[in-house]
Design a protein around this ligand. Structure first.
Ligand SMILES: Cc1c2[nH]c(c1CCC(=O)O)Cc1[nH]c(c(CCC(=O)O)c1C)Cc1[nH]c(c(CCC(=O)O)c1C)Cc1[nH]c(c(C)c1CCC(=O)O)C2
Length: 367
């Protein structure tokens, strides 16, 4: 935990759920809750480059707190405004955020020799130094939150980051990244190991700076077959949880392996140090709960699941949002539940519809 003294926490609902406690209602937050669907965010982005916001603690803190302010009393967690791609940047790669298009790497990894250009193998390399601006943003944000809600830190999974570093941006098929795996398995494992090492340092640094929980985003998990996932992604995420948990056993770790199969979700629940697993909307929580709750009881670990409303449901009418959120909350009964969307907020979502979702969770998840 952090040695810094912070304002006392006023809402610890999500932290109690993550300890396995039974609580009065499901805590709720949303992936990408700070973002372009909020006019107050667009106002800042109209004047500032995306990574400038990430690198300026005052701006990152302001944008992190915007949804907490707007939805006062309705959100139960904040997540530091940053991006998973700060790790590739911290390893020496250039990443631009192109308006309307998303992330762009002008000089992606094409051959195994390109891995040698990454800076993390330099003798005087320090991931903590490269990423200090995120630590500063976390410390400032935690102070400015004044204990309203706990603060998440996060990182991308090694596989998802490797895929971006090779694709050079978004992709429909990940053909380049996967071709690299098949052609260069040894270099792939070297790259994954190096990203893992930086991620572990980075996540521990986020805890020292004030992060109270951490989420690992494996957004491109579902692009790998279950067998390949067990070779190229799962072992690295497992190791991250082991090493962070060893250093800071009281900090809860969450993992979002988007699009994976049931068998992988079960492995995360039973065989890793992750406290909670975030489900996307294509997974039926009832199936996860019915197939593993007995085993979880035997091993003495609570089953804690996060999710999983289809984000496009926020485009529906508010009465539909209310009903579908009620169904969603019920589908998690039998597990400790953290309500969330099954993926992030979208730029054209209506802020009032997010409010309807948050209110519906408060209404329908009461025990
Ligand atoms: C894959 C991924 C990225 N970034 C992230 C992921 C994992 C989660 C997921 O799968 O969505 C994680 C992320 N990105 C951002 C956050 C901030 C915290 C929060 O959740 O509110 C978090 C946790 C801000 C952001 N990251 C980005 C934005 C929008 C960019 C802008 O302001 O112009 C925000 C608010 C940009 C980004 N960053 C990334 C992409 C693909 C894009 C473009 C998407 C788009 O344009 O909507 C990479």
């Amino acid at each position: 935990m952090s040695n810094i003294e912070f304002p006392p926490l006023k809402n610890d609902l999500i932290l109690r759920v993550l300890k396995g406690e039974k609580v009065e209602r499901a805590p709720v937050w949303c992936m990408r809750q700070a973002g372009r669907y909020l006019p107050e965010f667009r106002k800042i982005r109209a004047e500032q480059d995306f990574f400038k916001v990430c690198r300026t603690p005052e701006l990152a803190a302001e944008v992190t707190i915007q949804p907490i302010r707007r939805y006062a009393g309705l959100l139960d967690a904040s997540i530091i405004f940053s991006d998973i791609l700060v790790i590739p940047q911290a390893m020496g790669m250039e990443v631009l955020m192109v308006p309307g298009k998303g992330p762009h790497f002008p000089d992606p990894i094409v051959t195994p020799a390109d891995i040698d250009k990454l800076t993390d193998s330099d003798p005087d390399y320090s991931a903590d130094q490269e990423l200090k601006y995120v630590y500063d943003a976390l410390t400032l944000t935690r102070n400015l939150l004044d204990g309203a809600v706990p603060l998440f830190g996060f990182a991308g999974s090694p596989w998802t980051l490797m895929a971006y570093m090779i694709e050079g941006g978004g992709s429909k098929t990940l053909a380049k990244a996967k071709t690299f795996l098949w052609r260069h398995p040894k270099a792939s494992h070297e790259l994954l190991t190096r990203i893992t090492n930086v991620a572990i340092t980075y996540l521990k640094g986020q805890i020292r700076a004030g992060a109270q929980m951490l989420q690992l985003f494996d957004s491109w998990a579902g692009e790998l077959s279950p067998a390949d996932y067990l070779v190229f992604s799962y072992p690295y995420l497992k190791r991250i949880a082991e090493e962070v948990n060893l250093a800071y056993p009281s900090i809860p770790l969450l993992v979002f392996p988007k699009g994976v199969h049931q068998s992988i979700i079960e492995l995360y629940a039973t065989d890793t140090k992750y406290s909670a697993i975030s489900l996307d909307w294509t997974t039926d929580p009832r199936l996860v709960i019915s197939s593993i709750s007995e085993k979880m009881e035997r091993i003495g670990k609570p089953l804690i699941l996060q999710g999983n409303l289809d984000p496009t449901l926020l485009f529906a009418d508010v009465d539909v949002i209310d009903k579908r959120t009620e169904d969603m909350c019920h589908s998690f009964s039998g597990a400790n539940h953290i309500a969330n969307l099954g993926h992030g907020m979208m730029p054209d979502h209506d802020p009032e519809h997010l409010k309807a979702f948050l209110q519906a969770v408060h209404k329908h998840s009461r025990k």
